[in-house]
Write a new protein. Structure first.
Length: 95
């Protein structure tokens, strides 16, 4: 009797490498767009938090605080919307 277990196919975490998996779609590469969106939104959050701390300690006036927070909300929201629109209206990678 042979005690050697049968060989198994390699396990991959990449969905694009799995057999029959759909390729990601988007006008721009979804991975690049997600990375850029994450970076931009993270920077907006950090800048807003720093500005709020400066305003709490009276190193920045309240008007500058609200302008900066509003600007970061607009930029972050626009970035998130772009990432969504890229996937929704982008063509398939097969084309």
């Amino acid at each position: 009797m042979n005690n050697t277990p049968p060989s198994l196919p390699p396990i991959t975490d990449e969905p694009s490498l799995k057999q029959g998996a759909k390729k990601p779609k988007g006008f721009f590469s979804p991975k690049v767009v997600r990375t850029a969106a994450f970076t931009i939104i993270s920077v907006c959050i950090v800048v807003s938090v720093v500005m709020c701390i400066l305003a709490i300690w009276d190193f920045a006036n309240e008007d500058a605080l609200w302008r900066m927070v509003a600007s970061c909300v607009v930029v972050g929201g626009g970035t998130a919307l772009f990432a969504i629109v890229n996937v929704v209206f982008g063509g398939s990678q097969d084309a």
